[in-house]
Design a protein around this ligand. Structure first.
Ligand code: TRP
Ligand code: SF4
Length: 327
């Protein structure tokens, strides 16, 4: 039996960070051995909210590609490409736009919440409203069986299913109904205790130098009740402890015990975590250094990926056009 197909995308929003690694990319790296995987840089989606300031976009796309490959995505094991290289995504998006009721789009929960979150931007655009339709095209053009995503993306996957069903109902079966593969991982806190996110400026980037990683960890906020070293700690409210649970699972219980009994000071605890992270990022750093020695490989990799993706995308687009009477 042929392998099931997995597809996912990530917006190029600058340097990828530990939250992206734990929340998505490590999962992708695991899937690439088992499934027929397509992973892409969602540059058009980045434009839906950043259309007024694209000056860094080209550099960000490159950075995201370097980060993904350094983190372990292997172009020999999966197809890696950039969304805007595949015009078929846009064409299918237009076809889907014909059958997508406006009411479906305005009730997607991320629509209102994102507008609220990015108040300073004018997101009353056609492109932003259509964000999930383009995402449905991304997924369905490869007839993906599974879409690994975080919880925040579930409404988009649900809408994708609704568009697939509606298309199949109007024009006859073409699209399989994709399933989400929910990343089980809890969100990683950033250096300030809020969710790690580029927009909060609290990230530890995969490409941060070891010195930078150590410095950021040493500045992290810990249990606010621990003012003196012999104050008993509460690891459950400490972001550094969250890092232990992720990056030093086996040692986490012991750390919690020592913290609660005030047998471990925060300065030493953070220093140890700095070392753990530096070690964790070492293989990623190594691959990055190697990749950066051959910058032309990055363009080639995306071009090759686009070539492979196009084979599938062209076929599906032709089928959809035929069903809709265009061919
Ligand atoms: N919307 C996704 C995010 O912000 C990115 C994305 C675009 C995506 N197209 C996709 C994810 C298709 C999965 C499948 O994280
Ligand atoms: Fe957090 Fe470690 Fe300090 Fe405990 S000892 S509060 S786990 S940094």
């Amino acid at each position: 039996m042929s392998k099931k197909r997995v597809l996912s995308g990530i917006q190029p929003t600058g340097k990828l960070h530990l939250g992206n690694l734990i929340g998505a990319i490590e999962n992708w790296v695991e899937l690439q051995g088992e499934y027929d995987c397509y992973f892409f840089i969602a540059d058009l989606h980045a434009l839906t909210s950043n259309y007024d300031d694209p000056k860094n976009l080209a550099a960000d796309i490159r950075q995201a590609t370097i980060d993904l490959v350094s983190a372990g995505l292997d172009p020999r094991k999966c197809v890696i490409f950039k969304q805007s290289d595949l015009s078929q995504h846009c064409e299918l998006d237009v076809l889907f736009s014909m059958i997508t009721p406006l009411s479906w789009l305005s009730r997607v929960p991320t629509y209102k919440s994102k507008i609220e979150e990015l108040k300073a931007k004018d997101l009353s655009t056609y492109g932003f409203l259509g964000y999930p339709v383009l995402q449905a095209a991304d997924i369905l053009i490869y007839k993906a069986d599974f879409v690994p995503v975080g919880r925040d993306q579930l409404p988009h996957i649900e809408l994708t299913r609704e568009i697939a069903r509606r298309f199949n109902y109007f024009y006859g079966d073409l699209f399989p109904i994709p399933q989400d593969l929910l990343t089980q991982f809890p969100t990683l806190p950033g250096t300030d205790g809020r969710k790690m996110s580029k927009s909060y400026n609290n990230t530890i980037a995969l490409s941060d130098s070891p010195e930078m990683v150590r410095k950021k960890v040493s500045a992290m906020i810990t249990d606010p009740a621990r003012i003196k070293k012999d104050d008993k700690g509460h690891p459950e409210v400490c972001s550094v402890f969250e890092f232990y649970k992720v990056f030093a699972k086996d040692g986490a219980d012991a750390v919690a015990g020592e913290c609660k009994k005030a047998e471990r000071g925060c300065v030493a605890c953070k220093k140890e975590m700095g070392d753990i992270l530096v070690k964790y990022l070492e293989p990623i750093n190594k691959r990055r250094t190697e990749l950066l020695k051959h910058p032309d490989r990055i363009d080639k990799l995306l071009k090759d990926g686009a070539g492979k993706a196009a084979k599938v995308a062209k076929k599906t687009l032709a089928q959809a056009k035929k069903k809709m009477g265009l061919l």
